[in-house]
Design a protein around this ligand. Structure first.
Ligand code: PEP
Ligand code: MG
Length: 415
């Protein structure tokens, strides 16, 4: 139980010794919460005062499914939660039985279901829950808790392991997304008032091209060991994307000169997570092989709601009509230009929202591994034609509450 947990701290967590956590600050898509989902440990963030309410030695129930924390529960409550925990485990095991099946609707429309990872060791959980690929590898986690940048060899080994373990299944490697709330001790990154809108992700990489090129070399060298794709985060204008692609080509040429093997046709994608990129996604679609929508950031920037601020977490609304329209628009622009469009933000991990995305025609959803079976189950329980109708209906609503209320009413019975 603590006031805050940084991504660096959560990256050091050992699943064997930490059974759950609760914090005062944070929102549902802050990286501590995302990390808890990867580790498959219960967590509740944004409780405001929990760190001052718990004493050493207290018994605490952490109900991550419902966002509830109970300090010093009575015997009856404790027993109820023990039964609840057993039921939850049984549901998880039952759901994992569909891991070999595809995410196919009742009227035979199939989408790709992939998982997000932070470390190569997350692949056990990815395979256990039946993902058919990795839609987001957050490579920056390798850079946290380090006093120097990871070497090309170190990165190559990590990417090669992931490529080999996934075999022919696709693996989208996102280039370094440092900054925002993810910091390394390898360099002195300046403290910024608006760090999420500051020197982060591709902006950092296009300034520190030495660091960027080292990573691209490692990714390209590992690309011959599996089905790797490369994706650039936080692209906000076309010039950045073209510059990143130019550097990728330069790195390829360097490898060719040295006689080192790589996949010259590696797919290149852009994350669509900044409103300017979303609005001009028709232009971006002509320059890449795929889009992956980063809803975590796209929502925070579009709605002006800091994703890690618990005070305004109620305003962080994936079903806001602006978000529904924007995502539908991005998918259409991708398809008009014949590229596939996925989503790797946390929105895709919600079964009801996954149906909305399905209805918009999304091609791939990349989710927290533990949520994958639930998302697959809901997709297998409905018709694509129904999902498309839900989108049509949702586009008529005026508020986030109307959209989410409608989706719940249609989908909670099948969950
Ligand atoms: C996103 O913004 O939706 C995303 C997937 O990237 P991250 O959560 O790492 O910012
Ligand atoms: Mg992001």
């Amino acid at each position: 139980v603590s006031h805050d947990l940084s991504p660096s701290e959560t990256a050091l967590m050992d699943k064997e010794s930490i059974v759950g956590f609760a914090t005062d600050v944070g929102g549902p898509t802050s990286h501590a919460a995302i990390m808890a989902r990867s580790l498959e440990i219960p967590a509740v963030v944004g409780l405001e005062t929990i760190s001052s309410e718990v004493e050493d030695g207290d018994i605490v129930v952490i109900d991550g499914n419902n966002g509830v924390v109970i300090v010093e529960p009575d015997e009856e409550t404790l027993n109820e939660y023990k039964t609840e925990e057993e039921k939850f485990e049984a549901v998880v095991q039952k759901l994992d039985q569909i891991k070999e099946l595809t995410a196919t609707t009742l009227d035979d429309h199939t989408i790709e279901l992939s998982a997000n990872i932070e470390f190569p060791s997350d692949i056990d959980s990815v395979l256990l829950h039946g993902a058919h690929g990795i839609g987001l590898y957050r490579t920056e986690y390798m850079y946290l808790n380090k006093t120097s940048f990871p070497t090309e060899e170190e990165q190559f080994e990590a990417y090669k392991t992931v490529a080999q373990r996934m075999g022919t299944m696709p693996v989208v490697i996102r280039t370094l997304d440092l900054g925002g709330d993810k910091f390394t001790s390898a360099i002195d990154m300046p403290k910024e008032i608006n760090s999420f809108m500051g020197w982060r992700a591709i902006r950092f990489c296009l300034t520190r091209t030495d660091v960027f090129k080292t990573q691209l070399r490692a990714i390209l060298r590992a690309s011959v060991f599996g089905n790797l794709k490369v994706m650039f985060p936080l692209i906000s204008n076309l010039t950045e994307l073209l510059k990143a692609k130019e550097i990728l080509e330069e790195v390829k040429q360097g490898l060719s000169h040295e006689g080192l093997a790589y996949n010259p046709h590696i797919s290149v994608g852009a994350m669509i997570e900044v409103p300017s990129a979303a609005i001009t996604s028709d232009l971006f679609a002509k320059e890449v092989d795929f889009f992956s929508i980063g809803s975590n950031d796209l929502i925070q920037y579009s709605l002006a709601v800091d994703r890690v601020n618990e005070k305004i977490a109620y305003l962080y609304q994936p079903t806001h009509p602006a978000i529904v329209r924007l995502i539908k628009f991005i998918v259409e622009q991708g398809h008009n230009n014949k590229i596939w469009v996925g989503m790797c933000g946390e929105m895709a991990s919600s079964p009801t929202l996954a149906v909305l995305l399905l209805g918009m025609g999304i091609d791939e959803l990349s989710v927290s591994a533990a949520f994958l079976p639930k998302v697959k189950k809901v997709i297998r329980s409905i018709k694509y034609s129904e999902a498309r109708q839900y989108v049509e209906d949702c586009l008529k609503f005026r508020t986030s509450e109307e959209v989410s209320g409608y989706l719940d009413s249609k989908l909670l019975p099948v969950l």
